[in-house]
Design a binder for this molecule. Structure first.
Ligand code: PMP
Length: 439
């Protein structure tokens, strides 16, 4: 059949990736170091890469792909940006880690504070997970309360307290929660429907006396791409303030992605704490959390809440991150990114519309999403209902034809300044060819 032929063609095309995956599975659980990379959701074989430049990835078989993942966010100015490579190279010659302070940490902190004014003080860590884990410990220590409210489908890293109804890979594999998290701890986290004010109020009123924090992705990118409703986010701000609970915006993904000041700038809402990652490391492993001075000074060594890291503020990561932030400040590319994402999605939507395939789209700055559904999903439940068969078949055909979209309907899309009209129109043409053959 046609689908068998296509599968065979793909297997020949990615022969080396298939071999490398076999080898990797001997050494690492599932052959990967992060689950979503395994392509299980689309019954595919992960592509193994060896090079990336601008908007393109090159795999082990020398196939070329237009990349709409961008390392899940950081590559906002494209892969292997010469200025970032140069910044890393310069630092490389001076040493890779000292386990001691450097001036580049303050420089990076100042750049972030300049863009995100709700951050008065910041601490660097090594991943988004570490940032959210530390932020909720700080919130609990500062408020002397234990409970956390989060939202279904929001992913905040694989932190014990936050891996409750998390999106992203957890949803990709149909695991609502993970074994290994003590019930006693899980009970302290309550999850409500995203963008649902009534449900939030109900839960909030039940637990408010012991509520340390509400944590949310103001623009969610782990149940597909779903921006929060402004009135919903404003309600979270109002209720947490009244209750002296902290509002944590997890902007690991949206920070420096949807605008220079993150989602909080677009919504004009100031959280108490913000978590960051991805873009601020320029492609190297970084996370950070920051916020009100009074709260941040509750951290060791100033305060009693302990948090530390051997490689935190690593000079290579700071060199890459600060250079990328400087480039973003200089060029402010967000409007251009959003315009390009709009062109891409509208072009794709026209193709699906004319073939009577329900398709909905959304974008903000350098982030976007598409769903195989009539109406745009507003929450996790809506995303679950979108068409799996269309998603899986379309995604596999995209890979077969040199377009690399996130291989799960629970992930967002990312565009870079290096995606030009050429990449956009090629993507639309390829979409047309795929649909003409049937998905
Ligand atoms: N928070 C959000 C909103 C994220 O999107 C992610 C990762 N996708 C994390 C936290 C965790 O970051 P990391 O993978 O760097 O631990």
């Amino acid at each position: 059949s046609g689908s068998f032929c296509r599968k065979f063609k793909l297997m020949t095309k990615i022969k080396k990736s298939i071999e490398l995956f076999k080898e990797a599975k001997l050494h690492m659980p599932g052959g990967v170091n992060s689950p979503v990379r395994a392509f299980k959701n689309i019954d595919g074989n992960p592509i193994f890469f060896k090079k990336a430049k601008g908007a393109y990835l090159f795999d082990a078989d020398n196939n070329k792909y237009i990349d709409y993942i961008g390392s899940w966010g950081p590559m906002i100015m494209g892969h292997s940006h010469p200025k970032i490579i140069n910044a890393i190279s310069k630092q490389l010659e001076l040493g890779t880690s000292y386990g001691a302070p450097t001036s580049i940490e303050s420089e990076t902190a100042k750049l972030i504070k300049q863009c995100v004014p709700s951050i008065e003080k910041i601490r660097m860590v090594n991943s988004g997970t570490e940032a959210t884990m530390s932020a909720i410990r700080l919130a609990r220590g500062y408020t002397k309360r234990d409970k956390i409210i989060k939202f279904d489908g929001c992913y905040h890293g694989h932190v014990d307290s936050l891996l409750i109804k998390a999106g992203s890979g957890v949803s990709t594999f149909g695991l609502p929660d993970s074994p290994g998290i003590p019930n006693e701890l899980a009970k302290k986290t309550l999850s409500c429907e995203f963008n649902n004010k009534d449900e939030f109020l109900k839960v909030f009123n039940k637990v408010k006396n012991d509520l340390a924090a509400v944590i949310v992705e103001p623009v969610a990118g782990n149940m597909g791409f779903i921006p929060g409703d402004k009135s919903f986010l404003k309600l979270l701000r109002k209720k947490t303030s009244e209750n002296k609970s902290l509002l944590i915006f997890d902007e690991v993904m949206s920070g420096f992605r949807v605008s220079l000041g993150g989602a909080q700038e677009l919504y004009k809402i100031k959280p108490d704490l913000t978590t960051l990652g991805k873009v601020i490391g320029g492609g190297l492993p970084v996370g950070a959390f920051g916020g009100k001075k009074k709260i941040m000074d509750f951290l060791a060594p100033n305060g009693p809440v302990y948090q530390a890291g051997t490689l935190s503020g690593n000079p290579l990561a700071m060199a890459a991150g600060s250079m990328l932030i400087k480039l973003l400040i200089k060029t402010n590319p967000y409007k251009g990114l959003e315009d390009k994402a709009t062109d891409l999605l509208q072009g794709m939507k026209d193709v699906f519309d004319s073939n009577d395939i329900p398709f909905s789209v959304n974008q903000l700055g350098g982030m976007f999403g598409f769903f195989f559904s009539e109406a745009l999903p507003k929450n996790f439940k809506d995303v679950v209902k979108t068409n799996d068969k269309h998603f899986k078949n379309f995604l596999n055909q995209c890979i077969n034809n040199g377009i690399y979209f996130a291989p799960s309907k629970f992930e967002a899309g990312f565009i870079s300044t290096k995606h030009t009209k050429t990449e956009i129109s090629n993507t639309i043409t390829i979409t047309k060819n795929i649909i003409n053959k049937g998905i």
